[in-house]
Design a protein around this ligand. Structure first.
Ligand SMILES: Nc1nc2c(ncn2[C@@H]2O[C@H](COP(=O)(O)OP(=O)(O)OP(=O)(O)O)[C@@H](O)[C@H]2O)c(=O)[nH]1
Length: 862
């Protein structure tokens, strides 16, 4: 039996190499719930969908013993089918868990490192990127696959999309042109904003905004997977019976149930959807649960429905204004192989829909599209053939891939049965060629009111086996019963087969779509991560040597700068010391001011002292000037170093050096008046012993010379006097001593006074030297001047060092940042590679699940 009974010719064409292959899958496996994805290579991973052995529903011994060989064989087939169904169901259940875990992991990864999302470009949109031609050069037409489990076809104006990169061309993954040129299904972002194309939007949106949109999509997918899991775990199956007004839908349902449950009338009588279920579900109690509009039915909660006895059904079925659905629990006492509701394999619920008219059409169409409806049985009156509403409904259903089983009822009223069936089949062929091809299984001509009921007491009016008077009957009752039995068998098979498809196929298709999207997303991000790792590697390869050489330079230059500054400082110190030592050693050795005479000796001394101090101070100024020059040249050397390494960068800025500001704070001691050398009386007289003696000797000599000279006595006379004194005796000598001493004193005084011009400079020089020595003047000044050089040069040196430090800090932070990014990119690469492999592998395994494999083919085998 084919998998789909209506045309799939209008499915979109293949979109790319992989999609092309997937199309093979689609055409072979599409069950009307959207296309699938395809993997060329067989997965190598351990089987996600390993065989599972669900216990077979045991066949009651009574059935085996009481049933015919045919019945036993049929039951065995049901069991095998059920086993296959269970295997697929549990495999899909596990696959759903696996994919949910993958999605959850992606969600958490995406929150930490936003995943990149490829942009799609409409094939009609202008191409402006240089990498686009490769994307468009593919010889396949772009296409869309249907999204998720949505039954509707994509409209013709839906985006036909091709992938384009949102990254710079250097980062364009190589896979994009070949493998990613399809649009996402489940994880497709809803990017529609006026005239802006999704591709432009993707490009313009922040990475984080894309990530949060993707996050939302993942959450939706997780939710949907949960509902799919619930769906595949649901063991029941729902059959919707619909058709024209008065076609005999209720009668057909009753015939299937072998019991008059639903109200039948020549007048339209079913206005509310009636769902007939096995009373076992309702603890074996036969009753009606009428669900009012707006209420969500929960059998455990009586507030969600009203309870009525079965006898009230006729009244309830015509109260659409109060109730939207009637759940009718009835007991089917027939054997499982006969019962439809409780057949030992699957719990089937029959839903009798109101007859189709313009009002009910939409509602029924929506109802038929519901996920839980596994099969739609369309009842058409053999007398009326297909009405317009019927054609419209079947046409739409065909396009929506709902599975339709056609029952041509009231066949007993037809005289020329062959002509009738030929005409009806011709109509079916036009409406749905596939259904026509399988018409043996899918189109049945019956007379529902001729089916004998097991419960004649259920309000049966007794005309079950009689003509209802609507026309003559040429139908042989036995033939009719056989026809109906055949219909039942086909319907049962059809339900079982379609249940596998309607319940499991959406899960399979959705999983394949999610995995296809994950694979594409992973592949894209894997490639981006690879590019990122390579880019970071290149950057690190560039940054690391720069950092290391900057570090070495920085240490070397810092040491050089320190040593050069110290050399300069030492040279300035030594120069200053040498200069001051010389100057100080020389003071007192020359005449500084003219001696103005005995009456101005104080000013003479003061002027001499000031001149001496000035000469010292002058040399200090010269030393400072020398230091300024040396410091300026030192500054320039440092600045050149800075410019050499950092010109044009923000690390170093050129500065102007004003050496005139040097020594403005720390003044020379003399300038500060610390060395004052006050003038004292002693500064005029040199009482030094040696000087004194020599002075006195000199004065005697002078006195002698003066005496003799003054008194006109020759020196020989004087010595003669001395000799004479020794001859003349002490008395005579006494007469001479006083005048002689007076003479000596006068001579001494004359000498001292005359020596003042010499004594003052000498004494002051001595005094100054002593005072300068006491304050360690030479060292202090040398230290002050050289220290100022060090202090001043400290600033450009610091600037240079800080420039190096900033450069190093920058390089170090760049290096650290790149290293951090690298580890992230590697982590991301690992993750996306794994996601890619897992997605591919799981996709391959799920795609191999054959949901219909065991079906033995409708009525022919059973
Ligand atoms: N002769 C004949 N009459 C039938 C057959 N099936 C149903 N009827 C009669 O057709 C009339 C309508 O049957 P219903 O089962 O109420 O039809 P329906 O399609 O459920 O009606 P609405 O739901 O109200 O649209 C009843 O009088 C039935 O007895 C049949 O196979 N042969």
């Amino acid at each position: 039996m084919s998998s789909s009974y209506f045309d799939i010719d209008d499915l979109p064409g293949p979109s790319n190499r992989r999609s092309t292959n997937r199309e093979v899958y689609i055409s072979a496996h599409d069950s009307g719930y959207g296309a699938s994805v395809y993997s060329e290579e067989k997965p190598e991973r351990p089987a996600l969908v390993s065989s599972n052995t669900m216990p077979l529903t045991s066949i009651p011994g009574s059935m085996l013993s009481s049933g015919s060989e045919d019945t036993v064989q049929r039951l065995l087939q049901y069991q095998v089918q059920q086993l296959h169904y269970n295997e697929n169901r549990s495999a899909l259940g596990r696959a759903i868990s696996t994919v949910m875990n993958m999605l959850k992991e992606l969600q958490s990864v995406n929150r930490e490192w936003p995943a990149q999302y490829p942009a799609f470009r409409s094939v009609n949109a202008p191409v402006n990127s240089s990498n686009i031609p490769t994307l468009l050069s593919s010889d396949r037409p772009a296409q869309l696959r249907r999204v998720a489990t949505d039954l509707s076809f994509p409209s013709s104006n839906q985006d036909k999309a091709t992938l384009v990169s949102l990254s710079p061309s250097s980062e364009v993954p190589r896979l994009m042109s070949s493998q990613l040129s399809h649009e996402f299904n489940v994880l497709k972002l809803d990017l529609k904003l006026g005239a802006v194309s999704p591709a432009e939007l993707v490009r313009s949106l922040e990475k984080s905004a894309i990530a949060s949109l993707l996050d939302g999509k993942i959450s939706q997918a997780l939710k949907h997977l949960l509902s799919l899991r619930e769906r595949i775990e649901d063991t029941s199956s729902k059959v919707l019976v619909t058709g024209d007004l008065n076609a005999g839908k209720s009668t057909f349902c009753n015939a299937l149930l072998r019991r008059n449950v639903l109200p039948e009338d020549q007048q339209p009588c079913t206005n509310v959807f009636c769902e007939v279920l096995d009373a076992q579900i309702n603890n074996g109690v036969e009753e009606v649960h009428a669900i009012p509009h707006g209420s969500t039915y929960n059998r455990q909660d009586e507030r969600t429905y009203d309870v009525f006895p079965l006898s009230q059904l006729e009244r309830l079925a015509v109260s659409p204004e109060i109730y939207m659905l009637l759940k009718i629990y009835i007991e089917d006492k027939r054997r499982p192989e006969q019962s439809l509701l409780r057949n030992g394999v699957v719990d089937i619920a029959l839903i009798d829909a109101p007859g189709l008219n313009m009002d009910s059409m939409q509602t029924t169409a929506v109802f038929a599209r519901q996920e839980e409806i596994d099969v739609v049985v369309f009842v058409v009156s053999a007398e009326n053939h297909f009405t317009l509403s019927a054609k419209e409904f079947i046409w739409n259903a065909a396009h929506e891939k709902a599975f339709i089983f056609i029952v041509v009822n009231r066949f007993d009223n037809i005289r020329d049965k062959n002509r009738c069936s030929r005409l009806i089949l011709e109509q079916v062929a036009k409406l749905s060629p596939r259904t026509y091809n399988d018409s043996d299984d899918l189109v049945h001509f019956v007379s529902s009111n001729k089916v004998p009921k097991s419960y004649p007491d259920d309000g049966d009016d007794g005309d079950d086996n009689e003509d209802n008077g609507n026309g003559g009957t040429n139908n042989n009752d036995d033939d009719g019963a056989l026809d109906f039995e055949n219909l039942e068998r086909c319907l049962r098979n059809f339900v079982l087969e379609k249940r596998a498809i309607s319940k499991l196929a959406p899960a399979k298709t959705y999983l394949l779509n999610v995995l296809g999207d994950l694979e594409a997303l992973a592949s894209y991000n894997e490639q981006l991560s690879q590019n990122e790792v390579q880019r970071l590697k290149d950057e690190l390869a560039h940054i690391t040597p720069v950092y290391e050489s900057s570090l070495q330079n920085s240490v070397k230059i810092s040491e050089e700068v320190d040593s050069n500054i110290e050399k300069l400082v030492t040279s300035v110190y030594e120069h200053t010391r040498y200069r001051l030592e010389n100057v100080i050693a020389e003071i007192g050795k020359k005449t500084y001011v003219e001696y103005p005479g005995i009456f101005s000796i104080y000013s003479y001394a003061a002027d001499t002292r000031d001149a001496m101090l000035h000469s010292i101070q002058q040399s200090v100024v010269e030393c400072e000037e020398f230091a300024r020059k040396r410091t300026t040249s030192g500054f320039l050397v440092l600045q050149n170093l800075g410019l050499q390494h950092f010109q044009g960068t923000a690390y170093y800025t050129e500065k102007i050096f004003n050496n005139g500001l040097m020594f403005s704070r720390r003044k020379d001691l003399l300038a500060r008046g610390s060395v004052s050398a006050p003038i004292e009386f002693a500064d005029y007289i040199d009482l030094d012993q040696k000087q004194k003696i020599s002075g006195l000797g000199m004065s005697i000599t002078l006195a002698t010379a003066a005496g003799t000279g003054a008194f006109g006595l020759p020196s020989t006379v004087a010595s003669g006097i001395v000799k004479a004194s020794s001859i003349v005796g002490l008395r005579n000598l006494r007469k001479w001593i006083v005048p002689a001493l007076g003479l000596v004193l006068v001579c001494g005084a004359v000498y001292l006074i005359s020596d003042i011009p010499n004594v003052v400079p000498r004494k002051l020089a001595k005094k100054l030297k002593r005072e300068l020595e006491s304050v360690d003047y030479i060292h202090t000044n040398s230290d002050r001047i050289s220290g100022e050089c060090r202090k001043v040069l400290k600033y450009p040196a610091e600037d240079l060092r800080s420039a190096f430090q900033q450069l190093l800090d920058d390089k170090a932070s760049q290096k650290n940042e790149r290293t951090r990014q690298m580890s992230q990119a590697k982590e991301s690469l690992r993750y996306f590679s794994r996601l890619y492999e897992d997605s591919r592998c799981n996709w391959g395994m799920i795609s191999e699940l054959d949901l219909e494999g065991v079906i033995t083919g409708g009525s022919t085998d059973v």
